[in-house]
Design a protein around this ligand. Structure first.
Ligand code: DC
Length: 229
């Protein structure tokens, strides 16, 4: 049975396995996967292209007045559109990764992203992944997960991802970058990264992807049956 129309929140720090888990869980359940980090990355790309310093909240708020970020589904892939342009590759660049936490902390950015995410989630049937889904975007989500993993496991995974795209990072640098981003994301004033009280915590350090996905899918099916979905 495929439980229909639930809203599933998956939050956690950088490289904790959220994206892969969310994508595969959505695929198995026939749900839509919403990568909210990709939306913050798209805004960051626009800020960098415009030459606006990531700390300039007013400049960014002005830029947002003429900015449109959308996610489009193409078969099993989700494409991020920035003002209609497919920016899927650019948003994963090291420059965007370095600046994204500084851009995401501004209230104007968060308000715009959250509005769009709630609009997408209104009908259910969604797996959303990010930092504030269970706490701010959908505090009433049907099921919330909080993924964590040891820093070395996370850096290793991020390294594999980058190598697959032809970039060869050094492990020490990646550990630094992930620590820095987690620290900025969890200490900001606006909707910081934190585990919702009712979220189920999963430590993915020693789990295979298949195991992570299975834990989440089984929980979702149980809740779906309980709700008669
Ligand atoms: O999941 P990711 O690494 O692609 O996310 C990139 C950044 O976007 C992350 O460091 C902080 C920000 N972000 C956020 O503030 N809120 C979210 N719901 C998702 C991402």
């Amino acid at each position: 049975m495929s439980p229909g129309k639930l809203v599933i929140a998956i939050d956690g720090p950088a490289a904790s396995g959220k994206s892969t888990t969310a994508r595969l869980v959505a695929e198995r359940l026939g749900y839509v996967h919403v990568d909210t980090g990709a939306m913050y990355r798209a805004v960051t790309l626009k800020v960098l292209r415009a030459g606006i310093p990531p700390a300039d909240g007013q400049g960014i708020a002005r830029l947002l007045e003429t900015t449109h970020v959308a996610l489009r589904r193409e078969g099993e892939l989700i494409r991020v559109l920035l003002d209609g342009e497919d920016v899927n590759a650019e948003i994963r660049s090291p420059e965007v990764t370095r600046a994204v936490s500084a851009v995401s902390r501004h209230r104007s950015v968060r308000e715009m992203m959250v509005r769009e995410q709630r609009r997408m989630g209104a009908e259910g049937g969604l797996v959303l992944e990010g930092r504030d889904i269970g706490t701010v975007v959908f505090p009433d989500a049907d099921l919330k997960f909080f993924l964590i993993a040891g820093i070395e496991a996370r850096a290793r995974r991020r390294g594999e991802e980058l190598r697959a795209r032809g970039i060869s990072p050094d492990l020490g640098g990646l550990i630094e970058e992930i620590r820095e981003r987690d620290s900025l994301d969890s200490t900001r004033d606006e909707s910081p990264l934190r585990k919702a009280e009712d979220a189920i915590e999963i430590d993915t350090s020693h789990l295979t992807i298949e195991e992570q996905v299975r834990v989440v899918v089984e929980r979702v099916r149980a809740v779906g049956e309980g709700k008669g979905a």
